[in-house]
Write a protein that binds this ligand. Structure first.
Ligand SMILES: Cc1ncc(COP(=O)(O)O)c(C=O)c1O
Length: 416
């Protein structure tokens, strides 16, 4: 197996996907269906959560990158209403799709009838159970939406999951099952627990199509917010933090389907858990995990602490994804601090990974990529997906900021 040496040596680098088809024509039927379903779910979400709408602001980052005149934006899913992370885009979609399916099966509603009636059917839904495995944020999304609808919810959590996420879930009545192992173990256990319960529905972060298409709707949301002069010559470069691959994969698919060769999508992964990079670069997809090449899979970026990628996502990204870059935990903390200091924006470490894309575009593989696609650096419009953070307890956040400040002072140039 011929893997990039940086991958094995845990050195941050940009991997360019050799199978990219820049002008690919993708089928939009599933994402259009998901968009229509999201519209149908809107009034129900608003009823359950005080008028909430599941989208976030696109915030210009002015002067954040000192030597770059390219225009940059932050897509602020760190403040996504209710669950405070990108994972709600898929998680809410799947819970509500399942709730609607059950309600139709049991004649609680008729086809085409508004779904808002489901907001007061908690007694019906307590008879049904949801199981999900999570490093944290997917669990929060399934737990918060599942409990609001009335489901009994079991969240199976890996050792990386943060205590405050477990506490929040328990305070909403979700059961938290903890494992002293990694995320892949939690998924295996959760799948088995769900199979053993006839009324349980398993939200499968590694394989769920509902999650994937639920995430893809974010592409429509982003395009509505962008300037309308995105062209192949003035393209969009989007960077999304990546764990198992579902959230960034769904969004990447959606953006490529809608923008074609005007969109270039990159994922960002920690140096110790670059699961999708390994799955794609080796061609082995979910037949390989980061531990197989001597990495630990451990990172403080808990949302990205995934050793084995989704095989489905690796396959979908084969011709769609431009590349993947890797980042260290220290640089994530330093970037988290900079975002706070310069923009007053609160993110969790995982959510800051995308902001390193301009740095990697300046490295040799990045420059070759621009040449190959005849792109002038100043014409790039960057979108960094800030994927989570609103719900971090203040005390924990302050501790992370203090650590990040130290790393930034030690290595002020690491973020250029
Ligand atoms: C904050 C944050 N960013 C990014 C991701 C990556 O999403 P995925 O695991 O679907 O690749 C996660 C996953 O939990 C997350 O919590």
């Amino acid at each position: 197996m011929n893997l990039p040496t940086e991958l094995i040596r845990r050195e941050p680098f940009l991997w360019i996907n050799p199978s990219l088809e820049i002008d690919i024509d993708l089928d939009t039927a599933d994402m259009e269906q998901a968009k229509n379903d999201w519209e149908a779910f809107g009034p129900l979400i608003a009823e359950l959560f005080d008028g909430a709408e599941i989208d976030s602001a696109l915030t210009p980052l002015l002067g954040f990158f000192s030597d770059s005149d390219a225009i940059s934006f932050l897509k602020q899913d760190n403040r996504l209403p209710v669950a405070g992370s990108i994972k709600a885009r898929g998680g809410f979609f799947e819970v509500l799709s399942h709730a609607r399916e059950l309600a139709l099966q049991e004649d609680l509603i008729k086809p085409g009838q508004p779904l808002v009636a489901l907001a007061s059917q908690q007694t019906f839904f307590t008879n049904y159970r949801l199981d999900v495995a999570s490093t944290g944020n997917l669990g929060l999304s399934i737990g918060l939406m599942g409990r609001a609808i009335g489901f009994s919810v079991y969240v199976h959590m890996s050792a990386d999951a943060k205590q405050w996420k477990k506490d929040l879930l328990q305070s909403r009545g979700a059961r938290v099952v903890e494992y002293d192992g990694d995320y892949s173990l939690a998924v295996t256990k959760a799948r088995a627990a769900s199979l053993a319960e006839p009324r349980s529905y398993f939200v499968d972060d590694e394989r769920s199509l509902r999650l994937f298409w639920g995430y893809s709707k974010a592409a429509y949301d982003l395009i509505r917010q962008l300037p309308d002069d995105i062209t192949p010559e003035r393209p969009l470069f989007v960077a999304i933090p990546c764990g198992v691959g579902g959230a960034p994969g769904g969004i990447a698919y959606g953006l490529k389907a809608l923008l074609g060769k005007s969109a270039h999508i990159f994922f960002a992964e920690p140096v110790e858990s670059p699961s999708v990079l390994l799955g794609m670069a080796s061609g082995k997809r979910d037949d390989i995990k980061v531990q197989d090449i001597g990495l630990t899979g451990k990172t403080l970026a808990d949302g990205l602490a995934v050793g084995r990628p989704s095989g489905y996502v690796c396959r979908q990204m084969d011709r769609v994804l431009s590349g993947i870059f890797t980042v260290t935990d220290q640089s994530l903390l330093a970037m988290q601090y900079r975002l706070y200091r310069e923009e007053g924006i609160k993110c969790e470490p995982s959510a800051c990974a995308g902001l390193f894309l301009p740095h990697f575009i300046r490295t040799e593989p990045g420059q070759q990529y621009l040449q190959r696609h005849s792109i002038k650096p100043l014409n790039i419009r960057y979108v960094f997906w800030a994927t989570g953070g609103a719900l971090i307890p203040e005390e924990k956040y302050q501790d992370q900021l203090a650590e990040g400040k130290v790393f930034l002072e030690q290595q002020p140039n690491m973020l250029d």
